[in-house]
Design a protein around this ligand. Sequence first.
Ligand SMILES: [Zn+2]
Length: 385
Amino acid sequence: MKTEALFDRDAYAKEFVGRVISCDEITKDEKTAYKVVLDKTLFFPEQGGQSSDIGTLDNAKVIDVQIADGVIYHYVTSGFLIGEEVKGVIDWQHRFNNMQQHTGEHIFTGIAHNTYGAENVGFHLSDNTVTLDLNIELTDEQVDYIETTANEIIAKDVAVKAYYPNQDLLGAINYRSKKEIEGAVRLVEIEGVDLCACCAPHVKSTGQVGLLKVVSYGKYKGGTRVYILCGMRALADYNRRMKILASAYQKLNCKEEELPEKVEGLIEDNKQLKYRISDIKAGLLNDRIESVVPELTDVIIFMEDLDTKTMRDGVNKLVERHDGLCAIFSGDDEEGYNFVIGSKTRDCAAIATGLRELLGAKGGGSKQMAQGSINATRTQIEGTL
Ligand SMILES: [Zn+2]
């Protein structure tokens, strides 16, 4: 027997009394739970991309609600006797929040449909995220237009109605629908904006959505995936972003609007400092190279923070002065080393292969010069060369 869906008729009812039809002990998420069927319920089950209501049945917590063949299953933390009457209370804050998001989605998609011919091909409403997938690629301007128009419709406080039209009416009207629906079709109408087959609870007028904000969007499966936030969620997100901004401009000791310029300045300063460090390091390396006695055949230098170009220049200079293996390693024992090796007489590609086989080095090169990286200690490297 199908469960009577009380949320269908009144999206604003918060409490009800139902009779227990069945109650089975099960294991859910590795914990004991009870799967309870009532004759009627206000709990909206997970369906159509929307997560379920939560709340309580008597003193037990309702942690999940599912539907199969019209029967609604409540997953509850304690069990009941069959035939017992239980009082159900839905978590209203959670529900109303979902209603704001869902009606917001209809407004957004309705405008996208009417203005650009977009069809909604996917919808997901969880406790953290609201996404809607449209089958066409929207431009930045189009997304802006839809968002602005949606908020104008919210401000106009247009009525939102849900009803089951009779078959004659249903055949005569045009409505949005994701799939062929079996059984009675429930329509949700936002006058002049949208008419869509939908089973979820909605706010009674668009004003209650409060605010609709697109937080991001991008290409998705040949169309567009749009992330929106409505009502209290949009406010919470606004506050979260303000905090991030404030911490950034307070740390940088500037005004909010000066942030981009300030950050660009820092990036540029950082680049200049890196160049300067690189110059200083190149100078130090040069001093090291010139201090090596000319009689030495093999020269292996270890030094921190050298970039690849400086290392290559250094090795070239060493090769001019020494006949054996010339190598520069930059790094430390913990993080590993980058290396450049060169030689007039030895086969550098073969040496690199040796380092790869014995110490797992990466990289390679020619007979004259090779480079790569290695995760080994200085002692291990010196023992291998
Ligand atoms: Zn819907």
